[in-house]
Ligand binder design. Structure first.
Ligand SMILES: [Zn+2]
Length: 181
């Protein structure tokens, strides 16, 4: 699933203080004393936690305006930690909102060979948050335009507009009185 060769993966984990599954795994390679640290790959310096995430979960989706850029978040709030269990894909917005809307149940997947442990990926559940859903509900454009703008399917836009998803917001919008600000 990942795009790294075995050598790179072995080189990477040799620089991580791999510990118990619940513990933080500090980066002990370059710049480990400063922030996230640095791992050189194909001549480029990368953040070790992003590489740890990609080794386990595959490539982080590219930055684009639609998603405003993905970040790999530390659920443990330890900047140098490379334990994939502590890493989750999110957006800058999520970083602010932290883990407000994490209802998805993670599933256990087979361990990659490099560790011999079961890995519980943190699912990236939702591209939407309350503010975005409210905007979509008030958005007069066609479903197709809205879907393209938010990176969701037209079916999902329809489900939002019909109150089949995020029902509480749908109901709230439709209860809004004209005098309400
Ligand atoms: Zn950690």
């Amino acid at each position: 699933m990942n795009s790294f060769d075995e050598y790179t993966i072995a080189r990477f984990w040799s620089k991580v203080d791999v510990g118990d599954i619940s513990a933080c795994w500090p980066w002990k390679g370059a710049d480990s004393k400063r922030g996230y640290g640095r791992f050189k790959i194909n001549g480029k310096a990368e953040s070790p936690h992003r590489i740890a995430y990609e080794i386990v979960n595959g490539k982080i989706p590219p930055l684009d305006s639609q998603y405003h850029g993905f970040v790999v978040r530390h659920m443990c709030h330890t900047p140098g930690c490379c334990n994939p269990h502590h890493l989750q894909l999110g957006t800058q917005h999520d970083n602010v909102n932290d883990r407000k809307d994490r209802t998805g149940k993670a599933s256990i997947v087979d361990a990659p060979d490099w560790l011999g442990i079961a890995v519980e990926p943190q699912p990236f559940c939702s591209k939407l948050d309350t503010a975005k859903v409210l905007k979509i509900l008030r958005d007069p454009r066609t479903y197709r335009e809205i879907a393209a703008d938010y990176g969701i399917s037209t079916t999902y836009v329809s489900a939002l507009k019909n109150g089949q998803r995020w029902k509480h917001l749908h109901d709230a919008i439709h209860k809004e009185s004209p005098t309400h600000d």
